[in-house]
Design a binder for this molecule. Structure first.
Ligand code: CP
Ligand code: NVA
Length: 303
């Protein structure tokens, strides 16, 4: 049976731990100069992008090369997902050529539909609702710095968006206490929060960034307007005033608090440039760990 990675909550805690263990192992070996070209020899990953990307495209493409395989970039103008032919037919066609599909899409239903019809594994490289690869890399980053994920308090400052949703689901499975401070009307989806709580997770949704930051082990933020929300950017800039990760917020957190952002960043909005370069900033570790976490994912799904 093929396995997909469409959202974090589709996986069990032990599957996530296995992926994190393998990612750490692959990272250590890669740093030691050990080749992984025998892991996916000659395998191909088809990568569909409806939205732009730096990290996702580059880390998947280089990850496949490092594993001995190959990745194919299909941009918005190439296959015109949902316009030129149906998502079902795209999934069925790509399954005849490629060994796996990675897709960055607008509607989450599109990546779900790809997974339903494809006969090869489908990985969500970001949808409007989830960004599971980001959360996997982020948990790897926190684990490297703090050793124990359980007992860690992650405070997310800003929009209850795709990144927040995946972090909630990953936190719930791995024992991280999650709290988000967002303006009224920008809360994460109620079903996602309630499902995490039903599984026994500590998930708090509040509206005061200072309260969220107090004593936190991780301060995490993301853009106020996500891809596809460009027209709302000006209105959001007003609504999100006070929800910036800056020196003031950092001073309330734990002294060794990690500063995290999935990138790309809008400096001076959701984070100041100074806070992004704080001694405990791990922004570029997160970016690097996309490579190692996704190599683990590819090895588990495509081998
Ligand atoms: N964090 C992230 O997914 O970056 P890209 O949008 O550049 O892929
Ligand atoms: N929330 C952001 C994440 C980018 C990696 C977006 O969807 O644009």
């Amino acid at each position: 049976m093929k396995r997909d990675f469409v959202r974090i909550a589709d996986w069990s805690a032990s599957e996530l731990w296995d992926a994190l263990d393998l990612a750490l192992h692959l990272k250590r070996e890669h740093r030691a100069g050990i080749s992984h070209r025998d892991v996916l020899p000659g395998r191909t990953l088809a990568m569909i992008f409806q939205k732009p990307s730096l990290r996702t495209r580059v880390s998947f493409e280089i990850g496949m090369t490092q594993l001995g395989g190959h990745a194919l970039y299909l941009g918005p103008d190439d296959i015109q997902l949902g316009k030129r032919e149906t998502t079902e037919d795209i999934a069925l066609n790509l399954s005849r050529y490629a060994d796996g599909i990675m897709a960055r899409v607008f509607g989450h239903d599109v990546v779900e539909e790809l997974a339903r019809y494809a006969t090869v594994p489908v990985i969500n490289g970001l949808s409007d609702l989830h960004h599971p690869c980001q959360a996997l890399a982020d948990m790897l980053t926190i684990r490297e710095r703090r050793r124990d994920l359980a007992g860690t308090t992650l405070a997310f400052i800003g929009d209850g968006n795709n990144v927040a949703h995946s972090l909630i689901e990953a936190s719930a499975l791995l024992g991280v206490a999650f709290r988000i401070a967002c303006p009224e009307g920008h809360e994460p989806q109620r079903e996602i929060v309630e499902a995490a709580r039903a599984g026994g997770a500590a998930v708090e949704v509040i509206h005061d960034p200072r309260e969220a930051a107090r004593g936190a082990d991780v301060l995490y933020t993301d853009v106020w307007a996500s891809m596809g929300q460009e027209e709302e950017a000006a209105a959001r800039r007003k609504r999100f005033q006070g929800f910036s990760v800056d020196g003031d917020l950092l001073s309330l957190a734990h002294p060794r608090c990690l500063v995290m952002h999935c990138l790309p960043a809008h400096y001076g909005e959701e984070i100041t440039y100074e806070a992004s370069r704080a001694p405990n900033s791990v922004l570029f570790d997160q970016a690097e760990n996309r490579l190692h976490a996704q190599k683990a994912l590819l090895a588990l799904l495509l081998a």
